[in-house]
Ligand binder design. Structure first.
Ligand code: ATP
Ligand code: MG
Length: 263
């Protein structure tokens, strides 16, 4: 089963091209790392797959359905999470919200079966003890894991993660990467993960896609992460260094957003 199929996919905003003529396929159960510099179209592609953005031409299907008919199969974790931290929600409430929104009704009291499911989702991400703590008071790595637990509430078959490791220190990155690995191995969820720094994710990525307003390369990490390809996007200083059976990719790329730099 193909989790995602794109053929000659071109995505625009008010007629202005953001990503042009992209074709690829992703088998169910695989993890795809989506790499590219600022403005490359990574978020745009994820949002189009998730049916948040609909201005495109060409073919795009998710589990053989139009993206907007596959929404209940998709979990989406946005780039800078859109939770209003002024509202003092507990971690458990944030997770439980993932089970409520998908059902399309508004609640003032969270049903017990959803609370129970939220508790086991928190346990799955290694945060069994923090349910009653305020979300806004958690560390960056804990927050990211809470958001993963929230995305798991709808039992997605495809999880779209926009820069889940951005702004995390190395130990928090390792915690989040471990959870992603468990989601892949124990739940068999297909994942697309965007990132500026591919190195911490290489262990869990089956495939790498490099884009820069168009498709530059798609394939296994050792096919895509070669000097020639990396330099064509990131310039002559970029390179790939093999080290102890692994590859390490230096792009000189930083995670920069208009709201201020990170890392
Ligand atoms: N809502 C929008 N309206 C108009 N143009 C947009 C919108 N969102 C993104 N774009 C444009 O589409 C292009 C791709 O942006 P996108 O956010 O997908 O890049 P990205 O690869 O996710 O970058 P980053 O690494 O900074 O997150 C950019 O030129 C951007 O200006
Ligand atoms: Mg982005």
């Amino acid at each position: 089963m193909k989790a995602i199929k794109a053929r000659n996919l071109s995505i625009t905003y008010n007629g202005k091209p953001a990503l042009t003529d992209v074709s690829f396929e992703l088998d169910e159960g695989r993890t795809l790392l989506l790499l590219g510099p600022n403005g490359a179209g990574k978020t745009t592609l994820l949002r189009t797959i998730a049916c948040f953005h609909r201005e495109y031409t060409g073919e795009l299907s998710v589990f053989s359905r139009e993206p907007c008919n596959a929404r209940e199969l998709i979990g989406y974790v946005p780039q800078s999470h859109s939770l209003n931290e002024k509202v003092p929600l507990t971690a458990l409430e944030v997770v439980a919200m993932g089970g409520i929104y998908k059902r399309g009704f508004v609640h003032f009291k969270i049903p017990p079966e959803i609370l129970e499911k939220a508790e086991s989702a928190l346990e799955f991400v290694g945060l069994g003890g923090v349910g009653n703590r305020l979300f806004r008071e958690l560390s960056g790595g804990q927050k990211q894991r809470v958001l993963l637990a929230r995305a798991l509430m709808s039992d997605p078959r495809l999880l779209l993660l926009d820069e889940p490791l951005a702004a995390l220190d190395p130990s928090a990155r390792a915690e989040v990467t471990n959870v992603l690995d468990r989601i892949k191995k124990e739940k068999g969820v297909t994942m697309v993960i965007t990132t500026h720094d591919i190195n911490p994710l290489l262990e869990i990525g089956d495939l790498v896609m490099l884009i820069n307003k168009r498709l530059i390369a798609f394939g296994r990490p050792e096919e895509v992460l070669v000097d020639e390809v990396i330099k064509s996007v990131y310039g002559p200083m970029a390179r790939v260094i093999p080290a102890g059976g692994k590859i390490y990719c230096i792009t000189g790329d930083f995670h920069i957003h208009s709201g201020g730099g990170e890392r």
